[in-house]
Design a protein around this ligand. Structure first.
Ligand code: ATP
Ligand code: MG
Length: 246
């Protein structure tokens, strides 16, 4: 069994320039590995490439150069169907913008990934997933009837219900109050055990300080790596990353 659930080697990503402009380099040579059971945070200034990195690592965006291996499989060398199967069966993604299906209830949204992966999920598991994020009584609500924080919690329940091997979460506590945020962090912490891992992008430095390791991104490169840091250490590293030398 591969010890690393995720391996990224020399990943670079540029987006094509608009109106004849040169391409914009967003990620510039990122290498990292995520061990089984690890809870990793990625922090850094807005626009430093955190979401782009998460998309590339989860196989949702192709890197411009470099490689990504998920569960030992080189994502770029798999065909589209094999990539989709790998994502469906092993990867969970909590989007910064939730991406719930508006026409489905909270319950149906949580049930969807298992249904797409043709995996059995019991009514009890769905109910429990909603209970654990404190939304047991909102199961029949559609996203438009839920607050931003409640939608965010449904998005988290939807991912955690199927127990993916690796969860990518983009600002999973961004819309939550301290109590709900802590609840979600506890769930993510639990999801990073038994050989499963979590990679979380966050602006919340207290949240980052609950992770095993924190990567500080700056201008598309890993600027610092901190092992089990305190919130103050994360704060100092991010403050340094935000200071631009002109
Ligand atoms: N599809 C795209 N086309 C062109 N440029 C893009 C695209 N997606 C992202 N970018 C650019 O890449 C840079 C990094 O964006 P990204 O969303 O990864 O940042 P981020 O670190 O997640 O920021 P935030 O903390 O604000 O969410 C930004 O300058 C953004 O404009
Ligand atoms: Mg982002």
């Amino acid at each position: 069994m591969n010890e690393h659930l995720l391996e990224v080697h020399d990943l670079a990503k540029s987006f094509p320039g608009t109106r004849g402009r040169a391409p914009t380099p967003v990620l510039r040579g990122i290498s990292l590995a995520v061990a089984r059971g690890e809870f990793l945070a990625v922090v850094g200034p807005s626009g430093s490439g955190k979401s782009t990195l998460l998309y590339c690592m989860a196989g949702l965006e192709p890197p411009t150069t470099g490689t990504v291996a998920l569960l030992g499989q080189p994502v770029g060398r798999l065909g589209r169907q094999a990539q989709a199967r790998l994502r469906r069966n092993h990867v969970g993604f909590v989007f910064q913008t939730y991406n719930l299906i508006p026409s489905l209830t909270a319950w149906e949204n949580v049930a969807l990934p298992a249904r797409l992966a043709r995996r059995k999920i019991s009514r009890r598991q769905i109910g429990q997933a909603l209970e654990t994020v404190g939304l047991g009584d909102r199961a029949d609500h559609k996203p438009a009837m839920l607050s931003g924080g409640q939608q965010q919690r449904v998005a988290i329940a939807r991912v955690l219900a199927v127990r993916p091997d690796i969860v990518f979460a983009d600002e999973p506590t961004g819309a939550l109050d301290t109590a709900s945020g802590n609840q979600v962090l506890n769930l993510l912490r639990e999801a990073a055990t038994d050989g499963r891992s979590v990679v979380m992008v966050t602006h919340d430095l207290q949240a980052a300080a609950r992770c095993d390791r924190v990567l500080v991104l700056r201008d598309g490169v890993i600027h610092r790596e901190l092992l089990r840091p305190t919130a103050d250490e994360v704060f100092d590293a991010v403050a340094h990353a935000e200071t631009r030398v002109v």
